[in-house]
Design a protein around this ligand. Structure first.
Ligand code: 13P
Length: 342
């Protein structure tokens, strides 16, 4: 294992109060996002949109790494420059989503298992050769009637650990993402219990598989109430419970925790991250950062609408959301920043 290289990449991903921008939506997922704004679902539209993101001037001040999709890592700018070269030249670390999606789990009604281990060693070798330095795999856990059960938790935790081992063998830092979905009416307390259970299982399996904890990143959900739960705790309560849960389950050797946004609004995702850093920074073993997809991209996508003329304004929005989250890492974000953009 290239221990020093893994440790350096993992640290670089959370250094300087920067965070990760997830732009690895699969083609079916980006189709859904585009459909909201009647953007055509073509390879050229996806290419143009991703070119908009990676060419945003100044993004490297706030963003340490991009998570790309297989199609994207192979694409080029309109002028023929490979995306991967553009990204590296901008001082941003390229990463790649390597799972092939969450599928219905056999015999476990309502539960999902993420696939993609077959042929992964060969795919990772190709991505590493192309210049990728980290990877991402997302496990999906649903809270519902009697779920998640042990079968789902154990299978997903083992799969995440096998993926992480293959990544580290290939010299890529694994982003380990066990996502507990926000859908449903469950309480924050239920989310806490299930998040702790899942994280404990994930780290048990990571240790069994011999993962170098210093050379990985954890990408968890925050501890939040279900979207339609009648009781919605305050930003500070979410911050306190999330940190309490992570302190119980995440080893101190892990250099960084980069949250997913999971469908939270951009403002809430920044405010909650801000509260955690404001209240706990300097007292935690790991950095608390972001690896947001929707919470960074949504305003930019809404402005772009597939029109070339809207690119500069969309890039300003992307830069703004990225800056907000960098400031949230410093505990210096406030919601007034949303009205006084740049
Ligand atoms: P969201 O921030 O939109 O949840 O996306 C992050 C991600 O990479 C999910 O796998």
């Amino acid at each position: 294992m290239e221990t020093q290289k893994l440790i350096k990449t993992a640290h670089d991903l959370v250094a300087g109060d920067k965070g990760i921008l997830a732009m690895d939506e699969s083609s079916p997922t980006i189709k859904k996002r585009f459909a909201q704004y009647n953007i055509p679902e073509t390879e050229e539209a996806r290419r143009s949109y991703r070119e908009l993101i990676i060419t945003t001037p100044g993004l490297s001040e706030f963003i340490s790494g991009f998570i790309l999709f297989d199609e994207t890592i192979r694409q080029k700018k309109k002028d023929g420059t490979p995306f991967i070269k553009t990204i590296i030249d901008a001082g941003i670390i390229p990463g790649i989503k390597v799972d092939t999606g969450a599928k219905d789990m056999a015999l476990q009604s309502g539960e999902k298992i993420t696939e993609g281990l077959d042929g992964l060693r060969e795919r990772l070798a190709e991505y590493a050769q192309m210049g990728a330095r980290f990877a991402k795999w997302r496990a999906v856990i649903t809270i519902g009637n009697g779920i998640p059960g042990n079968a789902c938790i154990e299978a997903n935790a083992l799969t995440l650990a096998r993926y992480a081992a293959l990544c580290q063998e290939a010299g890529l830092v694994p982003i380990v993402e066990p996502e507990i979905l926000m859908d449903g009416n469950h309480s924050l307390d239920t989310c806490f219990v299930e998040t702790e259970k899942v994280l404990r299982a994930v780290f048990r399996h990571l240790c069994i598989q011999g993962i170098l904890l210093e050379g990985m990143i954890l990408k968890p959900n925050m501890v939040v109430p279900g979207l339609i739960c009648p009781i919605q705790e305050t930003v500070d309560e979410v911050a306190d419970e999330t940190v309490k849960c992570l302190l119980r389950a995440v080893p101190a050797a892990v250099p960084g925790i980069t949250f997913l946004s999971g469908g939270q609004s951009s403002e809430l995702a920044s405010a909650r991250l801000n509260a955690m850093n404001k209240r706990f920074k300097g007292r935690l073993p790991w950095g608390l950062s972001f690896s947001y997809g929707r919470a960074i991209q949504q305003p930019a996508l809404e402005i772009w609408k597939g029109q070339d003329a809207n690119v500069p304004e969309a890039q300003m929005a992307l830069l703004h959301q990225s800056r907000c989250n960098r400031d949230a890492r410093r505990g210096q974000y406030n919601s007034e920043m949303e009205t006084s953009k740049m």
